[in-house]
Design a binder for this molecule. Structure first.
Ligand SMILES: Nc1nc2c(ncn2[C@@H]2O[C@H](COP(=O)(O)OP(=O)(O)OP(=O)(O)O)[C@@H](O)[C@H]2O)c(=O)[nH]1
Ligand SMILES: [Mg+2]
Length: 211
């Protein structure tokens, strides 16, 4: 089969609190594997994968960042060249969703205006332990004009769809200079300002997100 290959690799960066499941999500997508005893990421890890969309093969670079506080300043440098960011929180840990605002404010400063930012609720298989209702996240994401996906790396639910949709969004943004992402960027900035003014972000007990 004659397949067209794109030249520029698309760079997707994963961010979010420690232990929300970023590394497990990447392993599920890249090699279809899952390890329940995944060690904490140190600094930044790098993965590569090819994805075929509409007859064209795209090279994807995936950067897995450490959620631990001590790595916060060094991982920021990776946001600048990202084509898209997946902001991951744990559906069973409300605090990790509460921290999404702070993460968003940080990437907004560094990421390219056109790069899609996607909110990802992880561990959707843990139905009984769920602490964040889907409608709350959908309404939060809608206000900011962001997409929202729920995934489980344990049973694979939603994982392929998340990455394929993100790559499609990146491609759309590259071919359309007036893309929704550009509009999103302005919107996230102003809406976030309002959200944070509205509800003063409390100091995180575990020291998260103090950029
Ligand atoms: N039930 C369930 N558990 C998960 C899932 N994904 C991850 N976990 C568990 O959560 C733990 C933490 O996942 P990691 O992928 O290491 O989390 P991380 O976000 O990369 O953490 P840092 O590297 O410290 O930033 C794993 O060791 C798994 O035990 C999931 O989809 N379902
Ligand atoms: Mg990790």
């Amino acid at each position: 089969m004659n397949q067209e290959t794109s030249n520029e690799p698309l760079k997707i960066v994963l961010i979010g609190d420690s232990s929300v499941g970023k590394t497990c999500l990447i392993h599920r997508f890249v090699e279809d594997s899952y390890a329940a005893d995944q060690p904490n990421t140190i600094g930044v890890d790098f993965f590569a994968k090819k994805l075929q969309i509409e007859g064209k093969v795209h090279s994807i670079q995936i950067w897995d960042t450490a959620g631990q506080e001590r790595f916060k300043s060094m991982i920021r440098t990776y946001f600048r060249s990202a084509s898209a960011a997946l902001l991951v929180f744990d559906l069973t840990k409300k605090a990790s969703f509460d921290h999404v605002n702070a993460w968003l404010a940080t990437i907004q400063e560094d990421i390219a205006p056109k790069a899609p930012i996607v909110i990802v609720g992880s561990k959707s298989d843990l139905v009984e332990q769920r602490a964040v209702p889907e409608k709350n996240v959908r309404s939060f994401a809608n206000k900011l004009g962001l997409e929202y996906f729920e995934v489980s790396s344990l049973n694979s639910e939603g994982v392929q769809n998340l990455f394929r949709s993100t790559v499609q969004k990146i491609i759309e943004g590259q071919t359309d200079s007036q893309s929704p992402e550009r509009k999103r960027s302005t919107r996230v900035g102003s809406e976030l300002h309002l959200l944070m003014k509205d509800k003063e972000t409390p100091k995180d007990p575990d020291g998260c997100c103090g950029f």
